[in-house]
Design a protein around this ligand. Sequence first.
Ligand code: COA
Ligand code: AMP
Length: 625
Amino acid sequence: MGAYNEAFESSVSDRESFWLTAAAEIEWHKAPTVALDDTQAPIYRWFPDGRLNTCHNALDRHVAAGHGDRMALIWDSAMVGEVRRYTYAELLAEVSRFAGVLAARGVSAGDRVIIYMPMIPEAAIAMLACARIGAVHSVVFGGFAAPELATRIDDAEPVAIITASGGLEPGRTVEYLPMVARALELSETAPSTVIVKDRPQIAGSSDEHDGWLDWDTEIADAAPVEPVDVAATDPLYILYTSGTTGKPKGVVRDNGGHAVALAWSMTNIYDIAPGDVWWTASDVGWVVGHSYIVYGPLLAGATTIMYEGKPVGTPDAGAFWRVVSEHRAKALFTAPTAIRAIRKADPDAKLLAEYDVSSLKNLFAAGERLDPDTFEWASSVLGVPVVDHWWQTETGWAIAANLRGLEPMPIKAGSPTVPVPGYQVGIVDADGKPVDAGVEGNIVITLPLPPGTLAGLWRDEERYRSSYLKAFPGTYLTGDSGYIDADGYVFVLGRSDDVINVAGHRLSTGSIEAVVASHAAVAECAVIGIHDDLKGQRPSGYVVLKAGVEIEPDTLRDELVTMVRDEIGAVATFRDVTVVPALPKTRSGKILRKTMRQIVDHEEYTVPSTIEDVDVLSALAKQLG
Ligand code: COA
Ligand code: AMP
């Protein structure tokens, strides 16, 4: 049996010993004697009697082992043209002192802290400082506008907010402080502490807001604090992600399972050892950033690169190759969109030839399906394995992957390869019956999920059960559809719900619809994710006007685009609006979004038998097809 089959088999049939062995890679205050607590199934807990501190494992233990001089974090900003390096000892010193700042302000274990920051080292420092004192961080992506931030503040009820004066986007600055101020006006929760990292490039500072504190002043004379030990099952963070409704889901990650799973993944999936240089080009606001900019590489004792910039335009499509070559990255993890953007700007990879990227051994892609065309291009220009792997905010690490450290397997274009040990992936039809190899259906995972996956949704167990556990009892519903071929390779084809994926960012069409529907001229609307050559998908809105309303289509479009930008954020990338006479619906009133998408994307479709008025669909097909 190969190493992969052996590990997979053992992770399922000998679960206790497999995960307790993996847990031995982590330093515990009290080592767990049990891997899985299944007494409350289908709610599971990992390492129920273990105690540890995640920050200690990410920093202190490496310094204590004599690796304090090893590089921990390299911040490379293409936006300000600066590189900052932190050794493990230096990062530990910063984190311990910032943890001291939080502790001095009364933040303690179990308290929530919202982090709304751009891609600067202080974002990682803030996360690790929370982990150090047992506080639960919730990072909110900088591309979200004030109302989205307010929703998260009200759900998480933080005692503190840590932010920066702003972020830098090509050609503009994004001022965070007015957004934080507005979010606090909109929300019912009043955190007692707001700490601001001032960036010289951006207007606005903590001085302009009564009672807000300046990061630099606070940290200057802060006393470092030691890590506290927490239960393995205590929450490390809450990360909000889009569901099918407008209300985001607060995915809760525990401390113990998370540390064990990420450490295991760095070795077995990514083939990264202590001292290796690792680069994830994402944002700390997404799960990929949590797991693989901050926690995974540091738990592994590797060097993590944190990049502020874009794949193109900062200054050109050679940016990624410059970073790989300058810092000698062994692996790069990014979203397929980024590769498509580079290819579009530099189809012959001429800029790649200007850099020595010989350090690069693997390119990992996730966030959306790696389409075969992009896979072929990246493989041919780079000459290294281009490894698609599939996961979600909920799982926190890969469900299916080509395990480069454990046992590299042949790559099939369009497939993230095989289920990762611990994940029993299956495909079922609408009635929950397993389907044959090659047949498309709902992708489910037999419970229990492995360590590191969501412990639940923040203070909403009912929603956790109804969203994920109810559809097909005994399994976790991924929300993706796809198939498994005769060789056991998984193929993920897309979401089976109203979640869309824009440039590797997950968005809810429901929340965009809610904003569009609130416009005075709109009677009803549908927002669907249509194909986009660069971003994979983009949201496209179809609106029916109220009777008697007259408005220029361009005016309506501009107003709706501004509303979505103000309410959700620039990241929604909402630009298309089409006025239609009516929306096609089923007899029970459900809008036929899938059929609409198929029409717009020029795919074949069948007229659903439940359709209310077939003429509406025909008219729409004529207008949009
Ligand atoms: N703060 C504020 N605004 C942000 C932001 C942030 N952190 N990130 C993005 N935005 C804004 C952008 O400025 C843009 O605004 P605009 O409409 O005024 O131009 C908008 O949100 C859309 O951003 P994006 O989807 O990033 O599009 P883009 O056209 O600026 O860039 C790519 C296109 C392909 C370069 C970019 O999408 C990319 O790098 N994709 C990779 C995605 C990725 O790493 N995903 C993580 C999952 S692994
Ligand atoms: P997020 O929670 O933002 O990470 O988004 C998760 C969703 O992105 C998944 O449910 C999939 O729909 C999609 N996704 C992520 N990675 C892949 C991949 N490698 N292949 C196909 N879809 C993916």
